[in-house]
Design a protein around this ligand. Sequence first.
Ligand code: HEC
Ligand code: HEC
Length: 313
Amino acid sequence: MFDSLFNSHWFDNQMFTSQFWEWFIIIPTLGGIAGCLFLIIWMSGNRPKSNEKIETMGHVWDENLEELNNPLPMWWLQMFHITLIFGIFYLIVYPGLGSYKGLWESTEVKTYEQEMKAAKTKYDPIYEKYQETAIEELAKDKTAVEIGQRLFATYCTVCHGSDARGVKGFPNLTDDDWLWGNDSKAIETSIMKGRQGAMPNLNLSEDEINTLAPYVLSLSGSASPSAEVITKGKELFTTKTCVACHGPEGKGTQAMGAPNLTDKTWLYGGTEADIKLTLAKGRQGKMPAHGDFLGKAKVHLLATYIYSLSVNK
Ligand code: HEC
Ligand code: HEC
């Protein structure tokens, strides 16, 4: 029954476009304020004159401890008055009653946009100041590198880690092994435009994978398979087009983001099982483009920080 109620057009049309929810909020809000006001007026009446004896409620404890019917203290009542006045003032200037926008027409989106704009006028000149300096030069400027580091902490650590050392699938940016290159231009492009790694699934048979995986590991001396496996692996490495991207010696091609397979640094792990998974399924690491989002000036500082990691070691 509830299903049909919630799915019915009546529910869509009436519950959300009618003024039901408006009054659902307005009535208890105003009613609450009126109720408090009434309660306060009621409680603050009948103040006893100073010489009048305050009546007792008739409750006595410990022989002579009596509960007297004292009115609320004045300061306490004043606090209620102030709270009520504040509440009414708030409801007049801010949106709080149904769709009434408030005198100041303040919305959270507007406030957010104003704050962003204020931050932009305040910080943009700080970033832009560095834009004209070449990254190689800028990497020697301690302040610039520190600003880059702070930007990195905000925008990049989710994937690359707070120390930029990466995790499986997300490259370490502090070592000497680069998928796409670590000259200043390559780094800036990686951040600005993003990168798409494309290791294809080559539909290799299980036998081929079982030969290629130890062969790939032998390239970095991480495994020492038999001479037969090496010969067969080397052959497959050519016939299965691995050479087209990773190069005849497996040293990689930065123009394609194809990693060097002869070092012991692995993006996706260096066990035989990891390599087999790469060969069976392919890999598609994606570095998102940040240019539009962050703007040139910030990317320049970020690139400076990344560049400094491998240079200022
Ligand atoms: C959503 C995750 C993600 C975020 C966020 C991210 N990156 Fe990346 N980044 C990657 C991946 C994945 C790669 C590897 C792409 C590939 O496999 O070719 C990469 C690659 C890179 C590279 C190239 C590394 C190389 O070896 O050539 C640089 C430089 C880089 N990122 C810097 C940054 C900076 C600076 C930021 C912050 C503005 C950032 N990344 C934010 C996931 C991310
Ligand atoms: C079209 C180009 C291309 C071809 C062909 C290709 N690869 Fe790759 N390979 C890549 C790219 C690009 C990556 C990185 C993927 C990423 O960044 O997500 C990669 C990643 C790898 C990795 C993972 C390296 C690591 O650090 O974890 C291994 C292993 C590998 N390839 C081996 C091979 C073998 C063996 C072949 C042949 C059967 C082959 N590749 C064919 C482009 C290629």
